[in-house]
Write a protein that binds this ligand. Sequence first.
Ligand SMILES: Cc1cc2nc3c(=O)[nH]c(=O)nc-3n(C[C@H](O)[C@H](O)[C@H](O)COP(=O)(O)OP(=O)(O)OC[C@H]3O[C@@H](n4cnc5c(N)ncnc54)[C@H](O)[C@@H]3O)c2cc1C
Length: 330
Amino acid sequence: MRPLTYSRARDVGDAIALAAASPASAFLAGGTNEVDLIRAGVSRSGHLVDINDLPLTAVEDRPGGGLRIGALARMTDVARAPIVVRRFPAISRALLLGASEQLRNMATMGGNLCQRTRCPYLRDGVSPCNKREPGTGCSALDGLNRGHAILGTSERCIATHPSDVAVALVAFDAVIRTAGPGGERAIAADDFFLLPGDTPEVEHPLAHGELIVGIDVPGEPLGIGSVYLKFRDRQSYEFALVSVAAAVEAEDGIVTGVRLALGGVGTKPWRARRAEAALVGGPADEAAFRRAAALELDAAVPRRYNAFKVELARRAVVRGLTHSLRGARP
Ligand SMILES: Cc1cc2nc3c(=O)[nH]c(=O)nc-3n(C[C@H](O)[C@H](O)[C@H](O)COP(=O)(O)OP(=O)(O)OC[C@H]3O[C@@H](n4cnc5c(N)ncnc54)[C@H](O)[C@@H]3O)c2cc1C
């Protein structure tokens, strides 16, 4: 048995100081991921800093139609907040399609962004895994890789990022606000999630003791017509094989603005920038959506069991854009 100590932070400064004081510390928010990984022997945390007393639960209006979401806002509360539902239905939907009602009532936004991959080779605690034990190899490369990534992979890691809401946040250029021993920072969501490259064990740019305090979503009129679609092996309580956050607007049949990101296919929530660039100024029709989807998926590196994701992702993009354009609820 490994010893585990616990302290409860009074405020943000206290949380940072408590975490920074112990090299093996981790923040404890909802605990739905961290506690699982401690039990499985995957997390090496030896000291938990409980942050649940910090006043970071609000979902607030921002000038220009944006949102400010506290890091400790529960997934359920964010999903059902009227300003989120009205301005960014894709964010609300991505949250509601994740996990289960009980988990969403516990799980926080900050914890969701920092959750670790569901790759079974990381979680079994024994298989070679460069994320868990750098230098041991990636068992998924030649293993059971049906659920694994096809975009942003490296020869060291092909694990997907599991978060749904992160996909919608990346699509809308959200900014992660942090406070840590080195001061405050604002990190673009797209830069917060790191590609595995040669260092798959480094998943985000947070320094030890650096706390996510909130997430800002800039105002974006396109958000109102946004959709989030999730394709998975069963209709609920399952991670995405492919998901898409999409928002598109057109004038006289020509695309004037688009936001597109994919989940379940990338080693990070995948902003489909190539597809976005190809769409703007072109026809807003299915043929153009197909071409853009194919262009984005050109970069895919499929493995033995996950090649089906290439076509599934192409179709998901077309469906997401079509739903958004029609203003249809999926
Ligand atoms: C069965 C199951 C199914 C699930 N299905 C889905 C799904 O379909 N889609 C989906 O998106 N998610 C899914 N999840 C994941 C779930 O959403 C996450 O476990 C949850 O969001 C984590 O939040 P938490 O507050 O419980 O984090 P915790 O477990 O408390 O923390 C997770 C990590 O984040 C760190 N952390 C927490 N808060 C902060 C902060 N403010 N600043 C810095 N670091 C912080 C912790 O130290 C820890 O490393 C599922 C989980 C389970 C168990």
